[in-house]
Design a protein. Structure first.
Length: 353
């Protein structure tokens, strides 16, 4: 098939592009940055390069800002569009850009997909469009709910836009939870989610280790140990996305989530082991203990994630289970050993240092 992908230079997009090219598809990858586009192209094996075409554009512009020549290149040629491009920020100061890219950008991409005659539109949303609730469902949520941040709200509004075009184009929504590295290599080109925590803990350890005798001290972080955190390896998410290309039902929503998510206690145990940070301790959120300077700096940098660390959210995934079954693909099973190896793989990458 001929497939157009937005967000192909991103963490998930790179892996999805590789998987789709390995399946024999021809790709048209939208990129807005020449250097990233060229690096992306170089990442494909020589034998695949002829099946990969870069299209320069920006989803915040009408018609995605495509040059006439590129437009002709994709017109009446595209079987499916994967729309991944988004602005991933929880910072309230980035509200305007978050809505411009995630909501207006989705509208522009939908209109573009229709204009070039694409048959199917697969939108990558997030499981956290559930907002502040604790029970998810594989259905559209009302946007009249409390959200943790503008990112969640923008993705929920974008889902509604996608469904509002369902008379004109086949639409599918896939909602991943917190995406972590590849289950085989740990590779994870992102600072988002788990990797924000890992980076913060590396900094805490580095700062702490400047003090003589630091090994004998404990370093505390607030955490509700029993809360589950829904981590999914990037290759599981791309497996669901590839299956959706041929087996997803029109107007259906699929949770690319972990059916047996680890507790935060387990995640921290794995991180302590990988970072060799045994003197890291967790204390409950409601604790009134006072923090050292190093601990306070770390704690305040993590405060943006608090809403995700203090409640377990259940994400049913019956639609995804059925989808994977139809496509003869496996469901996710992530045990402690796998989690450790994913975190270990990431630690080798320069982004952490
Ligand atoms: N990472 C997660 O844990 C997670 C979890 C759930 C859902 N998701 C969803 O998965 C998708 C991919 O996430 P990711 O982690 O791969 O994000 P990412 O690494 O930040 O990649 C975002 C991609 O969007 C592109 N982009 C942003 N603004 C654009 C614009 N105006 N025009 C064209 N392209 C633009 C970026 O291009 P540049 O490279 O030029 O910046 C990049 O390719 C997003 O829709 C996100 O909401 C992610």
């Amino acid at each position: 098939m001929n497939i157009l992908i937005t967000g192909a230079t991103g963490f998930l997009g790179k892996k999805l592009s590789q998987d789709l090219v390995n399946e024999g598809h021809t790709l048209f990858l939208l990129a807005r940055n020449e250097q990233k586009a060229s690096q992306l192209l170089q990442s494909f094996a020589d034998k695949d390069k002829t099946n990969v075409h870069i299209v320069m554009g920006d989803i915040s512009q009408t018609g995605l800002g495509l040059a006439k020549q590129d437009l002709q290149h994709v017109q009446h040629k595209i079987d499916a569009v994967y729309h991944l491009a988004a602005y991933l920020s929880f910072d309230p100061a980035h509200k305007s850009q978050t809505f411009t890219v995630n909501v207006d950008g989705t509208k522009n991409t939908l209109l573009f997909a229709e204009a070039i005659g694409a048959k199917r539109f697969i939108y990558v949303s997030t499981a956290y469009t559930v907002g502040k609730e604790v029970a998810g469902k594989e259905e559209l949520y009302s946007p009249e709910r409390s959200f943790v941040n503008h990112y969640e709200e923008s993705k929920c509004l974008a889902e509604h836009l996608v469904f509002s075009h369902s008379e004109k184009i086949e639409v599918v929504i896939v909602r991943p939870s917190i995406i972590i590295g590849d289950s085989r290599t740990g590779e994870a080109d992102t600072n988002f989610g788990l990797y924000g925590l890992l980076k913060g803990l590396c900094v805490l350890k580095r700062r702490a280790s400047r003090t003589p005798g630091w090994e004998k001290q404990t370093y505390r972080m607030r955490l509700d140990v029993d809360v589950q955190t829904n981590l999914v390896p990037v290759d599981y998410v791309t497996s669901v996305l590839v299956a959706a290309l041929t087996h997803a039902r029109h107007k259906e929503i699929y949770h690319a989530t972990n059916p047996a998510p680890p507790t935060q206690e387990l995640v921290i145990e794995c991180i302590k082991e990988v970072l060799d940070f045994p003197n890291l301790q967790t204390i409950p959120y409601e604790s009134t203990e006072s923090f050292s300077d190093e601990e306070s700096v770390f704690q305040s940098s993590m405060s943006i994630f608090k809403e995700y660390c203090t409640r377990t959210i259940h994400f049913p995934s019956d639609n995804t289970k059925e989808l994977l079954h139809k496509a003869n693909r496996s469901e996710l099973i992530m045990n402690k050993a796998l989690l450790i190896s994913i975190i270990r793989g990431y630690q080798k990458q320069p982004v952490l240092t």
